[in-house]
Design a protein around this ligand. Structure first.
Ligand code: HEM
Length: 126
């Protein structure tokens, strides 16, 4: 689980900065929001999920972590494509943007519940 998130994070990082570079070169910033979310929900968040599951392997093999994994991996590309399509005038893509966003939010809630179940405060402060 941790390794999969870290590898996916690396892929999103490359896509995110290539988008930023392209936007800068062609001076078209319409996809700035997609670029920002690919970098933050793709690269930064997934890298943190990866390190968390690596640090707490008992949290990585749970129903919550598996649900989180699939909700984030399916939700994020659907959300990004939905926002990008809307930016280019396809109003019907709103549903995809919302559905993808809800999947990501649900996944993050599952992640947070899992985190609170497995991070032992006494152990962390020792
Ligand atoms: C070489 C790497 C990168 C390049 C070339 C790049 C380029 C850009 C460009 C051209 C913009 C649009 C600026 C504008 O609208 O005036 C932008 C916006 C932004 N970038 Fe990047 N970026 C890079 C990496 C990152 C990373 C790593 C993050 C986050 C972890 C990030 C987060 C953002 C955010 C939050 C915005 C504002 C989005 C908005 O206004 O809607 N960028 N970037």
């Amino acid at each position: 689980m941790g390794k999969s998130f870290l590898k996916a994070a690396g892929i999103y990082f490359v896509i995110g900065i290539l988008m930023g570079l392209t936007m800068g070169i062609i001076h078209d910033f319409r996809l700035a929001s997609v670029h920002a979310h690919i970098n933050l929900l793709g690269w930064v968040s997934m890298a943190l999920f990866g390190f968390f599951y690596h640090l707490y392997p008992e949290a990585a093999n749970t129903k919550l972590s598996r649900a989180h994994f699939w909700l984030h991996h399916i939700g994020l590309p659907v959300m990004m494509l939905g926002i990008a399509a809307q930016t280019f005038g396809m109003e019907s893509a709103l549903g995809a943007a919302i559905a993808g966003s809800i999947a990501v939010v649900l996944g993050v809630i599952f992640f947070a519940v899992n985190l609170f179940r497995h991070v032992n405060i006494k152990e962390a402060s020792a």
